[in-house]
Write a protein that binds this ligand. Structure first.
Ligand SMILES: [Zn+2]
Length: 127
């Protein structure tokens, strides 16, 4: 009686030079735009894929999740920005302008302003 073993081979190795190298681990599902493929990969090619996609996987989110959930600040009201410009002016801080009227608020200024805003709000006095 003969025994058959099914050996799955690495798709990339096979595509490159017809070599049948045994695949390792679970198949990988890749979906980019309309292209959607399932790949059996050997350890070497799996590692290569992991390394090349690490930055993209880290930046992304799970499908269906809100975009940019990690953004720390939302768009604030015009009043908020006006107050921040006042806050900066009182402290001789120049806010860079991307173009006239379009300010690029430094992260440090925003943090200082929010800290100040919290103290102002905390003691109940507006000015
Ligand atoms: Zn391979």
């Amino acid at each position: 009686m003969r025994e058959w073993a099914v050996t799955v081979s690495c798709d990339v190795h096979f595509a490159e030079d017809g070599e049948k190298v045994e695949a390792w681990g679970d198949p990988v599902l890749l979906k980019i735009g309309k292209a959607e493929v399932e790949l059996d990969l050997c350890a070497v090619h799996r590692k290569e894929l992991d390394m090349q996609t690490a930055v993209w996987l880290k930046a992304g989110r799970r499908p269906g999740q809100d975009s940019r959930p990690h953004r720390s600040h939302r768009r604030q009201s015009n009043e908020y920005y006006r107050k921040m410009r006042e806050f900066a002016a009182e402290r001789d801080i120049t806010i860079p302008e991307e173009r006239p009227g379009k300010f690029k608020y430094p992260t440090k200024l925003r943090a200082d302003f929010e800290a100040w805003l919290a103290t102002v709000t905390a003691d109940g006095s507006d000015h």
